[in-house]
Design a protein around this ligand. Sequence first.
Ligand code: DX5
Ligand code: ZN
Length: 230
Amino acid sequence: MLLAHHLAQLHAASPVILPSLLLCDFGNLEREIRQLEEAGVKGLHLDVMDGHFVPNFTYGLPIVESLRRLTDLPLDVHLMISNPQQYVQQFVDAGSDLLTIHAEAVDDPCPVLEQIRIAGAASGLAINPPTSLESIDDALPYCDMVLVMSVMPGFGGQSFDEVALEKIRTLRAKLPDDVLLEVDGGVNEQTIAACGAAGAQLLVAGSAIFCQENYATSVAKLTQLASSKS
Ligand code: DX5
Ligand code: ZN
């Protein structure tokens, strides 16, 4: 459960790099988490895929539970699943602090976002590159965070779609300050500065961290570039 002061801490620490664990070594999860903690990360991004909403399958509740036992870092759980409303309570009970659903996965995101808050986590709403901002207008008051996807979800290592930048700028201008903005997909040393400058506060990075030798070096470099406002 992400208490209000944790959310405020993420806000105060922004821009924050959140490693997407998709590419980490799941045979050595504890070692990976310790290395990321030593690298100074402020939270972890977990990609849950169901092979139905997206054409790929990853992991679910047991991994979230294991991570919860291994670390006190905030867990930012990105649900790329159909019918997310059926699983909200279980993912919050498993230890999700921030729980994000996709606008494309539900008829009306409002009750599901409300359900996330009632269950005790912060609520996030994600939109794919082709999804318009207008389509989520009514849901914004129910969001603690909005996740602007810069790739079609499903796989790591795809290239960044610049359509995300304009959406981030527009959302930043109209959302209250305490609603966090996150960008996910193709965020790397070439693309992260533009994301930070557009107003993204939570920057998810998979291959830009896990395909590098040294997590601390890549996290430091990404953080510096995200803050560079160029
Ligand atoms: C995409 C996932 C992302 C992805 C990020 O479906 O939501 O979190 O794994 O990986 P990179 O940074 O390699 O695009
Ligand atoms: Zn993700």
